[in-house]
Design a protein around this ligand. Structure first.
Ligand SMILES: NC(=O)c1ccc[n+]([C@@H]2O[C@H](COP(=O)([O-])OP(=O)(O)OC[C@H]3O[C@@H](n4cnc5c(N)ncnc54)[C@H](OP(=O)(O)O)[C@@H]3O)[C@@H](O)[C@H]2O)c1
Length: 290
């Protein structure tokens, strides 16, 4: 049985994924932003699955120091990690650009820089596994032409100091998450570790938490019935597939939809841009450049 560390385990798709993985016998290290949120999620899982091996961990992914401290402590345990699953993500709705304690634009920091730093610092733990997986949750919203404000990642203004829009920040961060995943995959050999990204589909039931008023009502009660919507059940089944399905052992550098590879944008597949993002992420997160 695998040891799986996942982020975003406090609620939404992360919590249900943690529950399914623990229920099927895996050891789950469930991280949430605060100890209280992690413990509450673990207690909920144990209430329905008393024998589940699930442990609470806390890390605020908007703080580079917190990510670093958490990763170093985790790596120092000398434990093997078979799966590192980056599920946590933030989608702002306010037009006001939010900065983290490090002065970074929050969406990019949580959705792309935290996975970058955490993965790099946890490589020693992943190397202890005979076949480890890094899975990064991205989104089809990174595709050009997706609904709303278009993706537009400008390396001269990666943190949207000019022309901030929350939708653009989200789409750019999910494009950056793909660059990180693909460049990581290029850098991993000869280690027995793979890196893939996944989109859960459009899951209004969990998006509801980031919305308000009439939009929240629609996300909770109306949109889940639409043909284009994905249920929490299906989305988390595809997350479980990414974490543990033997059919994708050894497969890396792919963007998955519902349990099969799907195309990501040509921009995301540009190795030069991916390398450039890697260097930017190393600079912004304070990781030694390599
Ligand atoms: N739902 C969709 O339609 C959809 C589509 C494509 C991709 N995705 C992606 O799928 C993933 C899960 O989405 P979801 O729908 O389950 O969203 P959600 O219900 O809003 O859950 C987001 C999770 O991320 C955590 N998080 C946010 N900021 C954090 C921080 N600074 N430190 C630690 N944890 C933090 C949240 O913890 P708190 O409770 O502390 O805020 C929460 O557990 C996200 O990456 C999202 O972008 C979702």
């Amino acid at each position: 049985m695998a040891t799986i560390l996942l982020t975003g385990g406090g609620r939404g798709l992360g919590r249900i994924t943690a529950e399914k993985l623990a229920a099927s016998g895996h050891r789950v290290l469930l991280t949430a932003r605060t100890p209280a949120a992690a413990e509450a999620a673990v207690a909920r899982i144990r209430a329905t699955h008393p024998g589940a091996s699930v442990e609470p961990r806390a890390v605020d992914l908007s703080s580079l120091a917190a990510v670093r401290e958490f990763a170093v402590r985790q790596a120092d345990h000398g434990e093997r990690l078979d799966v590192l699953f980056h599920i946590a993500g933030v989608m702002q709705t306010s037009p006001v650009r939010r900065l983290t304690v490090d002065g970074l634009e929050e969406t990019l920091a949580v959705n792309a820089l935290a996975p970058f730093l955490l993965t790099n610092l946890l490589l020693p733990s992943l190397e202890r596994s005979s076949a480890a997986r890094v899975v990064v949750v991205s989104s089809r919203l990174h595709l050009p032409g997706s609904r709303g404000v278009p993706v537009d990642f400008d390396f001269d203004d990666p943190q949207l100091e000019r022309g901030y829009h929350p939708e653009r920040a989200y789409k750019n961060s999910k494009l950056a998450a793909l660059w990180f995943t693909y460049e990581l995959q290029r850098r991993l050999p000869p280690r027995p570790i793979t890196a893939n990204a996944v989109c859960p589909g459009f899951v209004p039931a969990t998006v509801a938490a980031s919305t308000h008023g009439a939009m929240r009502f629609a996300m909770r009660h109306v949109l889940p019935r639409m043909r284009f919507a994905t249920s929490v059940e299906d989305a988390t089944d595809s997350f479980v597939f990414m974490a543990t399905d033997p059919s994708i052992e050894g497969v890396g550098g792919q963007f998955f939809g519902e349990r099969h590879p799907v195309e990501s944008s040509p921009e995301s597949r540009d190795p030069e841009l991916a390398r450039r993002f890697w260097h930017l992420a190393a600079d912004l997160s304070g990781l030694q450049r390599a």
